[in-house]
Write a protein that binds this ligand. Structure first.
Ligand SMILES: Cc1cc2nc3c(=O)[nH]c(=O)nc-3n(C[C@H](O)[C@H](O)[C@H](O)COP(=O)(O)OP(=O)(O)OC[C@H]3O[C@@H](n4cnc5c(N)ncnc54)[C@H](O)[C@@H]3O)c2cc1C
Length: 386
């Protein structure tokens, strides 16, 4: 093999770039390989909510640790990543949904999260005056927030580069070398690289990369429509989600509203993925806009700037995999974030570093091993709540 590295990271989204930064600052010799541009898949398509509320009990400690990192991340990475910690509201739009929200608040409080129940339209509108009076109740977690996803990924990448990491952009990993149960390195479209460890942070492509190393990873792909308006006057500071997860939205720092709908199963096209393959169908865009105007009536006249589609790397239980693959020494997997891996990015990077440098992660990763998929269980649906 040509080059020699301690670690090769596959994927230039938030998970891969955060891992590159963490490993490079720990002194490792790192190469990150990205087949497209930085943040060209989920980490660019994302709504980019930074949310602890509504997390699965296993994931909540990771989200809380991530939020502690987000607070000073812009300073740490020496870039304005437009992080705003102004809360997340999850809305009940019908009386039936009120007990769903009330239960969520109770469960999350029991787990130690600071989250309030807003029991009526007046309480909701006191927090977010632009919301429709038809919103009957909501949860409110003031320590949730949002950030600029592309700026964050670029900031991680730049900080990794400043610490010596090499970034190979528009370069695809086409094979992973394994010998005697140990990873040897990767073959890319630009040549081969030998490495002691290979990190797979390749989003919806991670199952294929696992196969190259002889490892199974059950992933399904789902599709979500995203609508972005032109820049609008200040409308809402909080990220909003809804009880049944068919809508989420936030106003970006520059004033644009960025909004998503619900997730649907998606068929991979034959051959290479073209940009148009991921564009959303008209019915999905219309659904996002209808739901947006129902909760934020001021949006009915808003001009739409862009629509795009996003793909979700969905695991059978909707929770990620963050592990050292037991079958192949040196192979680390961080994928399957199932529609909520943007918030986790900073902590994912830290945990990958710990798995490689100390083999002792600072948070329990017991619930995030692939081995759990051996037992059959109900299939999770992707749920986006901002
Ligand atoms: C519409 C939408 C809304 C979302 N909303 C939120 C939200 O509000 N909050 C939240 O926390 N999360 C949200 N998510 C989820 C979140 O965006 C993702 O979980 C997160 O961005 C995943 O980052 P990643 O780095 O793991 O994967 P990606 O960002 O997908 O990065 C993987 C990279 O690997 C590269 N790659 C793949 N194969 C290869 C190869 N063979 N060689 C080289 N490179 C390769 C890809 O090109 C890609 O750039 C949302 C996702 C979507 C799609």
């Amino acid at each position: 093999m040509g080059n020699l590295r301690d670690v090769v990271i596959v994927g230039g989204g938030i998970s891969g770039t955060a891992a590159a930064y963490e490993l490079a600052r720990a002194g490792a010799s790192v190469m990150l390989v990205e087949r497209g541009e930085l943040a060209s898949m989920a980490s660019g398509w994302t709504l980019a909510g930074v949310r602890q509320s509504g997390r699965h009990p296993l994931e909540l400690p990771l989200a809380r640790a991530a939020v502690r990192r987000w607070a000073a991340l812009g300073e740490e990475l020496e870039t304005d990543i437009e992080y705003r910690q102004e809360g997340n509201l999850r809305l009940a739009r019908t009386p039936d949904e009120v007990p769903v929200i009330a239960r969520l608040v109770e469960e999350q409080r029991r787990l130690g999260l600071g989250i309030e129940f807003l029991p009526d339209p007046a309480a909701v509108r006191q927090v977010a005056p632009a919301l429709s009076g038809a919103v009957v109740a909501a949860s409110f977690c003031p320590t949730d927030g949002h950030a600029n996803p592309t700026a964050t990924v670029r900031a991680f990448a730049a900080a990794a580069r400043r610490r010596g990491a090499v970034l190979c952009i528009r370069t695809e990993v086409v094979d992973i070398g394994v010998r005697g149960g140990r990873v040897q390195g990767v073959r890319t479209t630009a040549g081969s690289v030998a490495a002691d460890a290979v990190v797979l942070a390749a989003g919806v492509h991670t199952d294929r990369l696992c196969k190259m190393a002889g490892v199974e990873f059950p992933l399904r792909t789902e599709h979500v429509a995203v609508v972005q308006t032109v820049s609008l006057p200040p409308l809402i500071r909080q990220v909003i989600g809804v009880a049944n997860a068919d809508f989420a939205g936030r106003q970006e720092v520059g004033g644009r509203m960025r909004m998503t709908g619900d997730a649907f199963p998606w068929q991979w096209p034959p051959g290479a993925l073209g940009a148009d393959d991921v564009q959303p169908p008209a019915w999905a865009v219309r659904a996002v806009l209808d739901r947006a105007v129902a909760v934020l009536p001021a949006l009915s006249d808003a001009k739409v700037a862009r629509v795009w589609g996003g793909l979700i790397d969905l695991t059978p239980d909707g929770l990620p995999v963050i592990e050292r693959a037991p079958e192949v020494e040196g192979l680390v997997i961080a994928a399957g974030f199932s529609g909520h891996g943007f918030c986790l990015g900073p902590i994912t990077g830290q945990l990958v570093r710990e798995l490689i440098t100390t083999k002792r992660p600072s948070l329990s990763l017991e619930g995030f091993r692939r081995a759990r998929f051996a037992a059959p269980g109900p299939k999770a649906a992707a749920e986006l709540h901002g």
